[in-house]
Every structure is written in structure tokens, then in C-alpha cells.
Design a protein around this ligand. Structure first.
Ligand SMILES: [Zn+2]
Length: 330
């Protein structure tokens, strides 16, 4: 979890990072986020009610209008939890809650590699996989806020792997940090990969990072696992490219060491399966800002929302938007 404090020029004044487990449930996790906020405010001698706005990014589907997370598959206890109210009660300021991949995409659009691009897909690969869509330089959230949930799109070349949603061949079940760790563990147990077998013996488990490190050392099985991972992502992206025609796809991977190999396999699959017109000016690159993109995207979202003409007219007479959490209503 990362928390950042920004001024109105969009400068990141301070940030703090902590390790949290999202499966601990909202009370536990949001209390940790609150402690991070407290730390940031205290270091600048700022009071709780001095914030002009707060953005929160969650790793799952969020109903943007209500600021609640909705049936996140791997986040027990979060369904319908009023994340917005939790923070607007504490800080008496407008709070916007969004899917974290949307914030990553917005951050890259304003301050990273996507600057100047109008149509962009940002793919976040972490424990799971998800996408943020920029259409016409704006986040495309869809009717309910679930646009970009690519983890449950069926991969054309999938095997029979069953996803936690109950369907077969979902992208998230084949290509995600946890899928890579699972496949790596299998290759270690079967002895197919000596590299991974030795990792398993040493650490008692195999991670996605181990597979990436094995691939970099030239272990054939690790290379194949990573290639297959990239091809699954690329197969799905190819369909999205034909459908949406973006000029840029950014891959943000939280699985250390997977970057360049993954990128090469994704490119291979996308170019093999997309229409020439759709790929003529298409760039596929690794995201440039890392997790700072999420913080920058959050700041950009708060400023976009506060300074849109309708909302500005509502808070300007008071001088600033503090003390007006109801401003989020459109
Ligand atoms: Zn699924």
C-alpha cells in the first residue's frame, strides 16, 4: 500500500509505503491506510480537515458513483463496504474511490509514457491481472465501473484450468502472479525445472519472481512458462486491439524480473493476431512510473473532479472544498 500527499500543482510532497494484506478485510486495511495518512499529515504539521480531497484506489471492481467495492473475488469482507464514507467521515472532505488500475492508467497519461496519447490500455499484472482503459484522454469506467476487468476474459488457446469464478480458461487463472507461482511450483515438484526444484528446497515455496529469475538464468522451463504467460496476455490483448484500436498498450508488472521477456511474448501474440490497420501505429511498452503512477493518478483524479466547472461553481463561494464531503455527488 502506498499513500502520497500532493499539492495543487500536482507535486508529490511526501509518500509512505506499508505492506498490507487486502484479505485481512476492510476494517483492518483501512485502519492501516488511515495511519499512513496520519503520518503524512503529521510530518507536515497539517490537520485532518485541511485536505481538499482524497483518492483511494482498490485492487478490485469499484462502483464509482457510490465509492463502494463490489463483489471483489479475492477480497473477503469488501463487498459493498462504504470506503468513501469511511474516509469522508474522518477527514470531512470529498473522497473518490476507483479501481487501482484506472489510477495507474491516469497517472501514466498525465505524468508518464502515455502523455499525449488519446486511447490507451494499461495492463496491471500483480497477484491478479486487470486493465485500465483511457478513451479520448479520459478513464473509461463503463456503465457500472467494471470496464477493464480482463481477468475473466477467456483465452482462445486456454487449457482446462478452472478460475475461481468457476469458468474455464480465464486470463487471470492462466496469466497472473499467482498463476505463475502455481505453474512454477508444479514444475519444481515434477523435477521438470532443476532451478525451481532448488528454489523449492531452499524456500519451501516457489514465487512468480523465482520463475522470472530462472528464465533470466536460461532455465528452459522457466522461459517457457514466462513465454506462455505473455502469449495468453497477448492473445486477449489482440482481441482488445481489434475491438478498441488503442495507440498504446502499457504493461505494468509487479512480478519483479518479468518485464522484458514478458513484453516480447505479449508483442509477438498481439502482432500475430491483430489486424494490420489496428497495429500500424500501435506501441506496446512497459509502464514507466511504477507504483508512483497510482499516486499521481489519484491526485489527477481529485483535481479533475474538483475543478470541473459544475463542481467548481459549488465550492468556490466557500473559498475551498474542505468540510464539503457531499461535493462528490454529481
Ligand atoms: Zn474467471
Amino acid at each position: 500500500m502506498s499513500a502520497g500527499l500532493f499539492d495543487l500543482s500536482g507535486e508529490l510532497l511526501d509518500r509512505t509505503d506499508d505492506v498490507i494484506d487486502i484479505t485481512d478485510g476492510p476494517e483492518h486495511v483501512l485502519a492501516a491506510v488511515g495511519r499512513a495518512f496520519h503520518q503524512l499529515l503529521e510530518r507536515r504539521s497539517l490537520s485532518n480537515n485541511s485536505l481538499w480531497g482524497i483518492a483511494v484506489g482498490l485492487p478490485g471492481p469499484v462502483e464509482f458513483v457510490t465509492g463502494c467495492s463490489v463483489s471483489p473475488p479475492d477480497m473477503p469482507g469488501w463487498d459493498g463496504y462504504p470506503v468513501r464514507t469511511y474516509f469522508s467521515d474522518l477527514y470531512a472532505t470529498p473522497v473518490w474511490v476507483d479501481n487501482d488500475v484506472n489510477l495507474l492508467a491516469l497517472g501514466e497519461l498525465r505524468a508518464g509514457l502515455a502523455r499525449g496519447a488519446e486511447n490507451v490500455i494499461y495492463v496491471k499484472i500483480g497477484t491478479g491481472i486487470g486493465a485500465g482503459i483511457i478513451a479520448g484522454e479520459r478513464i473509461h469506467r463503463g456503465a457500472q465501473g467494471s470496464a477493464g476487468e480482463i481477468g475473466h476474459i477467456a483465452v482462445p488457446t486456454a487449457d482446462d484450468t478452472i478460475c475461481q469464478c468457476g469458468n474455464r480458461g480465464c486470463l487471470g487463472a492462466l496469466a497472473s502472479g499467482s498463476a505463475l507461482a502455481r505453474d512454477g511450483a508444479r514444475a519444481a515438484e515434477s523435477g521438470e525445472s532443476h532451478y525451481l526444484a532448488s528454489r523449492l528446497k531452499e524456500n519451501g515455496s516457489v514465487s512468480g519472481e523465482d520463475v522470472a529469475a530462472g528464465a533470466q538464468c536460461g532455465d528452459r522451463t522457466c522461459l517457457q512458462l514466462l513465454q506462455r504467460f505473455g502469449h495468453c496476455v497477448g492473445d486477449v490483448m489482440a482481441s482488445l486491439v481489434n475491438f478498441f484500436n488503442p495507440s498504446l498498450i502499457l504493461i505494468g508488472t509487479g512480478v519483479t524480473g518479468t518485464g522484458d521477456l514478458l513484453l516480447a511474448s505479449v508483442r509477438e501474440a498481439v502482432y500475430a493476431r491483430s489486424l494490420p490497420l489496428a497495429t500500424r501505429n500501435l506501441q506496446i511498452r512497459l509502464a514507466s512510473l511504477g507504483d508512483e503512477a497510482g499516486l499521481r493518478g489519484g491526485a489527477a483524479m481529485v483535481m479533475d473532479e474538483l475543478f470541473c466547472p459544475e463542481r467548481l461553481a459549488r465550492w468556490l463561494p466557500a473559498g475551498d472544498p474542505t468540510g464539503q464531503p457531499d461535493l462528490v455527488a454529481s
